[in-house]
Design a binder for this molecule. Structure first.
Ligand code: FUC
Length: 748
């Protein structure tokens, strides 16, 4: 039994039964059908529309009036004015698009038997096998990061038994052409919301048959009676950057095809496995194994909540890591709401980047999961946003710096969209900055990273120097207009001034801009201004129900949706470290109260966030109870994709990060072992988890007690290791792992 496998006894009936492959750029959902197999295809730069800058000149002249309405408590009126004058043009952003389908049609004389399909996470490969008339057929597929293409091989254990028709289709504009080498599609993307399609794109399926005959038919290439067939598939667009679509898709495909076709299947596979395993094999996790682990994946999801299947939680972590490696690699686009897997031309929420939780949650996993490379696309995104968001800052707010609201897309639009009640929230970019500075901490603050991040941190902080306004009658500075994502307050609106989340995010943003500036010895005067502004942000408040207030006013118990999925004001507890039992015990208790009031049930990502929050509250059993809601048919499809519903990948990443957060928590100079271990995971181990400061942690436990811990760092540093309230300081030497014994003898 392979414990790193998802497997099934029948072909995928739904898209959410199909199995995902990817290399960050190309994505495929593999259905494993007989007689027709389907590969639903994506390319990460194929989006609707073209370069655009959605600023609205009416926004700035109406800003002061909206602010005043909010300070006067006329929230609904403020929202009406904002909807009329403050929103981006267009009012919606561009959506991520499907490229098309590869269909493989086989003709068999009889029905098939002994069917099995699987996704091996360690090989990043799908395998479908079945028997027809005493012949065993095998289809294998992988998407190579080294060669950039999808590779499919069909073979049989009797020579001359493989006959297959190969066909491409696309919902985009364009045409298909078949010649003896394969099938070609050339076309262009769709326009959307008044922005014309500006991308050219192409697909090619090259067919390499061993033996048999190959015929070009009008719509497909037909191979008959071959021993085996290899199909190489590639897709490319003309996208270069958010303001440049001058690339040549055909030339891009030709370069990769030529390189790959010269290699042969075995060499392509070997290179693929080596590259995938370089990342995937950095971390192992064992939470225990029971017989339940022998069941097919879908049956395990059905049984998890009532049963005893700790290995499914471990598989969920590894699947999260797999999805991260396959949807976000250096040089590719960040993972969207659906990673890179989207079949719809009008996908839910545009399958783009929602930045009031979802994009950020996608990137909670790479740091602890030892996949720092997978953060690269977000660093690139931030570089872009700090450019495109400048026009938005000046046109809409008359401010320096740059701003991003609650969504962005391939074209790096940064405006308020969808409606003021959701979109008029200026803190999305600040959150990304805070997150990436936390990533820098995780890496041990390398100077190159500080240098790279600093312009964006500085620009984001400058925007708030210019847009924070005094709260009337006080010395405090608040955001206005803003909102606490996406929660309607008792005045029937979301718009407000100074929601708790904004002040929390801005404390982190200013601290990051100051720390990076100090590290680089830059902008001392500006740093003093950042510090002065940060000191005037409202502190977190505790309301009459003992809860952490979501707003400046104690509205929490009077909201229309008391169990709202967003838990924005708990940002201070997780992902931030502003609220801890040691430093802010009253706020810590209030955060717990807020989470209890909100309840455990939510959308997939809402559950993912709650798992991390309960882990930070150091309540492993509660975290586990919430996890059991995620590993459940209501929140996990048969292919283990997270169900918002519909499919949204943030829950996969947030849930996987949450499981790791239950086992190890860390911040610069401090590591907690088993801070929130549930009673279900009595015995287990993890190797290769990465803690803050770039420290690799290995850990074994039995009877909920650490039996051994091993720390390794590539630089000399000292760290406080804490387990069960006991601390000891470990001095790490560069490159030399240190074993720590528990219970501590005081000596290492
Ligand atoms: C936010 C959430 C929704 C959904 C969307 C993509 O607006 O409130 O639940 O996840 O993003």
């Amino acid at each position: 039994m392979n414990d790193l496998e998802l497997w099934y006894r029948s072909p995928a009936a739904e898209w959410t039964d199909a199995l995902p492959l990817g290399n960050g750029r190309l994505g495929a959902m593999v259905f494993g059908g007989v007689p027709r197999d389907e590969f639903q295809l994506n390319e990460s730069t194929l989006w609707a529309g073209g370069p655009y800058q959605p600023t609205n000149a009416e926004a700035r002249p109406n800003l002061d009036a909206i602010r005043q309405l909010i300070f006067d408590g006329r929230y609904a009126e403020a929202q009406t004015v904002a909807n009329a004058h403050s929103m981006a043009r267009p009012y919606l952003e561009m959506s991520y698009q499907p490229a098309g389908h590869l269909y493989l049609d086989v003709v068999h004389p009889e029905l098939f038997t002994q069917y099995r399909r699987s996704l091996d996470l360690d090989r990043a490969m799908t395998t479908t096998t079945y028997r027809v008339a005493n012949v065993t057929y095998t289809r294998e597929a992988f998407i190579s990061a080294t060669h950039g293409i999808l590779v499919v091989r069909i073979h049989a254990d009797r020579p001359g038994s493989v006959s297959v028709g190969v066909e491409l289709s696309s919902p985009q504009h364009g045409q298909c052409r078949v010649d003896r080498s394969g099938v070609h599609f050339a076309g262009h993307n769709r326009g959307e919301h008044g922005i014309a399609g500006a991308l050219r794109f192409a697909m090619e399926a090259r067919v390499l048959a061993r033996g048999g005959t190959t015929t070009a038919e009008p719509t497909r290439l037909l191979v008959e009676n071959a021993d085996s067939v290899v199909i190489l598939l590639d897709i490319a667009t003309s996208f270069v950057r958010f303001d440049d679509v001058s690339g040549d898709p055909e030339a891009r495909i030709a370069a990769r095809m030529t390189a790959a076709a010269g290699e042969g299947f075995d060499a392509l596979l070997e290179a693929h496995l080596a590259e995938h395993r370089r990342l995937f094999r950095r971390l192992d996790i064992d939470l225990g194994r029971t017989e339940a682990a022998d069941l097919p994946t879908a049956a395990r999801i059905k049984a998890f909540a009532e049963g005893d299947d700790p290995a499914l939680a471990a598989l969920y972590v590894q699947y999260g890591r797999y999805l991260m490696i396959t949807s976000s690699r250096p040089g590719t686009q960040p993972a969207t709401l659906q990673g890179i897997w989207n079949k719809e031309t009008r996908p839910p929420w545009g399958s783009k980047y929602t930045t009031n939780i979802n994009l950020q949650m996608n990137y909670w996993l790479p740091d602890p999961a030892n996949l720092a490379e997978c953060m690269e696309p977000v660093l690139d995104l931030l570089d872009d946003l700090a450019v495109t968001g400048r026009a938005m800052a000046s046109t809409h707010y008359g401010a320096r710096g740059w701003v991003l609201h609650h969504n962005t897309d391939l074209w790096r639009a940064t405006g308020p969209v969808d409606g003021a009640q959701w979109g008029l929230w200026p803190t999305g970019g600040a959150w990304i900055c805070a997150q990436l500075w936390n990533h820098a901490a995780h890496e041990g603050y390398p100077e190159a990273l500080a240098r790279r991040l600093y312009p964006a941190l500085k620009g984001a902080a400058e925007f708030f120097l210019d847009t924070l306004v005094p709260l009337p009658g006080t010395d405090l500075l608040v955001t206005n207009p803003s909102l606490s994502p996406e929660n309607v307050h008792p005045h029937g609106a979301t718009l407000c001034a100074g929601p708790a989340m904004d002040s929390q995010i801005l404390r982190d943003l200013f601290a990051a801009a100051i720390a990076a500036g100090e590290q680089l010895g830059l902008d001392a005067t500006l740093r003093a201004e950042f510090a002065a502004a940060a000191a005037r942000l409202p502190a977190d408040r505790i309301g009459k129900a003992g809860q952490l207030q979501e707003w400046l006013e104690d509205w929490d118990m009077a909201v229309p949706e008391i169990h709202h999925r967003h838990v924005s004001h708990l940002y201070g507890l997780y992902p931030s470290w502003q609220i801890t039992p040691e430093t802010t015990p009253e706020l810590f208790a209030a955060a717990r109260r807020s989470l209890e009031i909100r309840g455990d049930d939510a959308t997939g990502w809402g559950i993912g966030w709650r798992i991390n929050l309960w882990a930070r509250l150091r309540d492993g059993d509660h975290a586990y109870a919430v996890l059991a809601r995620l590993l459940h048919p209501e929140r996990s499809y048969d292919n283990l994709f997270d169900a918002h519903p519909p499919f949204q990948i943030d829950g996969n990443f947030g849930g996987a990060a949450g499981i790791l957060e239950m086992l190890v928590q860390s911040r610069p100079g401090h590591i907690w072992l088993l801070p929130a271990l549930p009673s279900q995971w009595r015995k287990g181990s993890v190797r290769g988890l990465r803690a803050s400061g770039g420290i690799e942690v290995g850990l074994s436990w039995a009877n909920a007690t650490v039996t051994s811990a091993r720390l390794a760092s590539s630089v000399a540093q000292s760290v406080t290791l804490e387990f069960g309230g006991r601390q000891h300081v470990v001095a790490l030497v560069a490159g030399v792992p240190v074993d720590v014994r528990f219970p501590p003898s005081g000596q290492v």
